[in-house]
Design a protein around this ligand. Sequence first.
Ligand code: CO
Length: 146
Amino acid sequence: MKRLSALLLLALSALMPAAAQACELQINAGDNMMYDRSELRADADCGEVSVTLTHTGSLDPRQMGHNWVLISGERKAIARAGIAAGPDNDYVPGDERVIAATRIVGGGESASVTIDVSELAPGSYTFLCTFPGHSAVMNGTLVLQR
Ligand code: CO
């Protein structure tokens, strides 16, 4: 019995930090026009996943703004729609292909978005920065795993 409890505790302590990590994701981008990660992983059992984007550079958002936009659809088409949506909409199209999006941030700023992943099928989703000219370099994959 004692041994079983110890095993349970071990299993719990191994699981809990991982679960907490996989529900709260961080990604950075700087004046170099790059995200610091090309892949994020989240647990489909989280219910809600928060993503925080931090701009680690110093440039003005009108010059080197970044956002984090999760999509289900074709990246280039959505990037074009984002440019058409313009800066007043943070370059995010009002579009069902957009699952979640942060606002545009400039140097020293952060922005978060919360995603209801209970609505999403496990699998791979594309994210990108829709600031004009950024999406070809600034994109990656969010893997929702169970
Ligand atoms: Co950007």
